[in-house]
Design a binder for this molecule. Sequence first.
Ligand code: SAM
Length: 348
Amino acid sequence: MTDTAISESVKNYYGEVLKSNQDLKTSACCTLDAMPWHLRPFLTDLHPEVVSRFYGCGSPLPPALEGQTVLDLGCGSGRDCYLLSRLVGESGRVIGVDMTEEQLAVAKKHCDWHAERYGYARSNVEFVHGQIENLASAGIDDNSIDVVVSNCVINLSPDKRQVLTEIFRVLKPGGELYFSDVYADRRISEALKLDPVLLGECLGGALYWEDFRRIMQELGCPDVRVVKENPISLDDPEVAAKIGMVNFRSVTVRAFKMPLEDRCEDFGQVAIYKGTIAEHPHGFDLDDHHHFETGRPLRVCGNTADMLGSSRYAEHFELIGDKSTHFGLFDCAPPNTSRSLDSGAACC
Ligand SMILES: C[S@@+](CC[C@H](N)C(=O)[O-])C[C@H]1O[C@@H](n2cnc3c(N)ncnc32)[C@H](O)[C@@H]1O
C-alpha cells in the first residue's frame, strides 16, 4: 500500500467507519488514562459532540501554558484543542491540524460555543485541514510554535520520521513536544501494518519503542522523557487473534528542541522548583523519575538542567551550578519498565 492509500484508509476509518468512540473495537485509541485532577472540572465545559468523537490515548496537556501558542497534530473533533484553549488563556493561541474533513467539521462547529462558555471575546482556536507530514502546507512557519501536542495520531502516519522532522522545524528553540501515542514492544510485520482495522485502531502502525528512540536521536533529540504509560488490553477477540503476540502501551512523552547529550552527564548541578506553576503548588513532575518537590534541592544531570533552564519552565526553577566542571556520568536510571526501553541512552 502506498502512503496515500494508508492515509485514505485512516481517513475512511475516522470519517466513515467510526461515528463515536463507542464504535472502537479496542481501548488503544481511548485508554482511560486518568486526566490530571486539576483539569477534570474543565471536562464538563466541553460540547458533548466534541467529546463523543474523542479518540485519544492519553492526556497530553502539559502545565504552564498561559499565553503560549500550541499546535495539536491530528486534533480530530477538537477535545484537546478546547481544553488547551482554556489553558493558554485568551492571550494564547491553539491551532489544530487534521486531514479528515468529518472530524474537522465537528471541531469547527463548536468554536463559538466554547469561546462563549470560557467568556472569551472571540475564539483563540483555529482548525486547519492538512497533513501532519507537511505542516508548511497547513501554513505553520519555522520556529513559530511554543508547544506541540498530539494524542494518538503519529502511529497512524505512514511517514513518522517526516512528522517528527516537521515538529522540530516548527517548534521554537526551547519549545516542547508533549504527546501521547501507542508503542509496540517489537516491530510489527508489514502485513499486519496494512490491516485497515488494526491501523485505524492505532495498533498496526505503532512504532517499536526503540525505533522511535532512534528516529528522535537521528533528528537531534537524544533524550526523550517518558511522563506516563499504560498497558493497552486487546479486548476484541478478532483483533487479539490477529496481533495478540505484540504488547502495546500508550506512552506520554516529553521532548525539547534544544541541544542535549546522548547520556546523562554530571556537572554537579542542582535544581529547585519554586512551586510557582499555579496548578502544581507542591511539586513538578518532569518525567516518571524526576519529581521536584517545591523548595527541595535535587541534583540533576546536564540534560535535565538544560530542559528546565532553557525552556518555558525556566522561570519556575532556581538552577545552581553550570557545566564548567564535569564529574563523569550521572546515575539517572529510570524505573524498570516493560517497554524494553533500557537502551542505555539518556535519562528517559
Ligand atoms: C485516533 S484519532 C485522535 C484524534 C484526537 N487527537 C483525539 O484525541 O480525539 C486520530 C486523528 O488523527 C488524524 N490523522 C491521522 N493521520 C493523520 C495525518 N497524517 N495528517 C493529519 N491528520 C491525521 C485522523 O484524521 C484522526 O482525526
